[in-house]
Ligand binder design. Structure first.
Ligand SMILES: Cc1ncc(COP(=O)(O)O)c(C=O)c1O
Ligand SMILES: [Zn+2]
Length: 401
């Protein structure tokens, strides 16, 4: 018997797992549902130091389908020096910038590419704001599958170079992420590609749950008081909540409903924050304009589910301007030695505001998700940093003597 089922998030109709992602009855998104086993902390003793250690709660039928580049089990750092600057004692940074392709996207991409292989799909791809491109291409390379990337043409140079280096076929779309997404959806349907974040989305989001599993395990199986999560499409935030809930069902955690979940977005593309403030539905942003290019998703697929999660978890939503994002990158770098791209700057900037506003109290535990590496997006920092001092080579010899 299959380990998983697909279940419609809207109407609850169930379907057999396969190459499908919308409900036949109502076109709602399909989520993976499990018969969750009872697990104990010892269940994980001696397992791989990758996110595949949570195999029971991931949607592959067979371990032999796993395509791994060693992602996951990234550090959960007690950020004492950052905390001191913010007036908080228990700030923890989940540093996902140190995954093999240098962002959290190794989690959803690795699960979706592995599942594509298990389902017999022969080519994969994605629509990307930059990081998913490399994560998908890297896993496709490891699995020996052709990979097709669709991304806006104005993303950071490092992200384009990285994805191309893994051997991907790369289509640079002269438009927004939403335009790239439409093209990817059409190509996926007509050519039978497994587009990880579109027609493989039900499996893809399962990978992001491991950001909850690891944070819980690394905290000694305790539930944090607050999570701060950067939001683009909203898939990750929703998946992290699902992850905590599954750990409670597996008897590994208690009190998940006491946790507070915050969505962090850049001001130049903040449709979820705007809806949270205005009390209405999520309205698409037509022309995102932000230094946080990885979060420039004007029409977030999971936006309304993020609003639902914020409500469910008595949470919050806030945004950060370009300047606040860049300052937060530098604050994190100089206090904790962690160098993040703007998406992580958005999380830290929003964390700082929440501390200032007293939304997070000094003794409360907060896990702040830092999801991408600073080396992927150095361009916007250059104008802000001091010039290095130039010293003539003869001077160095004189000093050395
Ligand atoms: C580094 C980084 N953080 C956060 C996100 C947002 O994830 P989601 O689109 O699942 O909300 C992205 C999306 O591309 C990303 O690249
Ligand atoms: Zn349905």
């Amino acid at each position: 018997m299959a380990k998983t089922r697909l279940r419609c998030r809207e109407c609850g109709t169930e379907a057999e797992p396969g190459f499908r992602y919308v409900c036949d009855e109502c076109f709602g998104p399909l989520d993976v549902a499990y018969d969750i086993p009872r697990l104990t902390p010892d269940s994980f003793d001696g397992r791989d130091q990758t996110y595949w250690r949570y195999f029971e709660l991931l949607p592959l039928e067979s371990r032999s389908s796993i395509i791994s580049i060693g992602a996951g089990m990234t550090p959960l750092v007690h950020a004492e020096r950052l905390g001191r600057e913010l007036g908080l004692d228990r700030v923890f940074i989940k540093n996902d910038s140190v995954n093999p392709s240098f962002s959290f996207k190794d989690r959803p991409a690795g699960v979706a590419v592995s599942k594509a292989g298990e389902l017999g799909i022969r080519e994969v791809g994605c629509a990307s704001t930059g990081n998913l491109a490399s994560a998908t291409a890297a896993h496709a390379a490891k699995g020996g599958l052709p990979c097709h990337i669709y991304a806006p043409r104005d993303i950071e140079t490092a992200k384009i170079a990285q994805a191309l280096s893994y051997g991907a076929d790369y289509v640079a779309v002269d438009g927004t992420y939403d335009d790239a997404n439409r093209i990817a959806a059409r190509e996926g349907d007509s050519r039978g590609y497994g587009i990880v974040n579109i027609n493989m989305r039900s499996y893809y989001v399962e990978g992001s749950k491991t950001l909850a599993f690891e944070a819980a395990e690394q905290s000694g199986w305790r539930v944090p008081d607050h999570l701060v999560v950067p939001v683009g499409s909203g898939a990750m935030l929703n998946a992290i909540c699902k992850g905590f809930e599954e750990l409670e069902s597996a008897s590994l955690l208690r009190g998940v409903s006491d946790m507070h979940v915050t969505a962090a977005q850049p001001r130049g593309c903040a449709p979820v924050v705007d809806a949270f403030r205005g009390g209405g539905p999520v309205r698409p942003v037509e022309r995102p304009d932000t230094v946080a290019k990885s979060l420039a998703i004007g029409d977030p697929g999971d936006g309304r589910y993020v609003l639902g999660r914020i409500k469910q978890y008595g949470g919050h939503a806030d945004d950060a301007t370009d300047r606040e994002i860049l300052d937060a990158i530098l604050l994190l770098a100089r206090t904790e030695g962690i160098f993040t791209e703007p998406a992580g700057g958005v999380s830290v900037a929003v964390l700082k505001k929440m501390a200032e506003q007293g939304i997070i109290k000094r003794d409360e535990t907060v896990v702040c998700y830092v999801t991408g590496n600073g080396l992927k997006a150095v361009e916007p920092l250059m104008g802000l940093l001091p010039e290095p001092r130039i010293v003539g080579a003869d001077r160095i010899r004189a000093v050395a003597r």
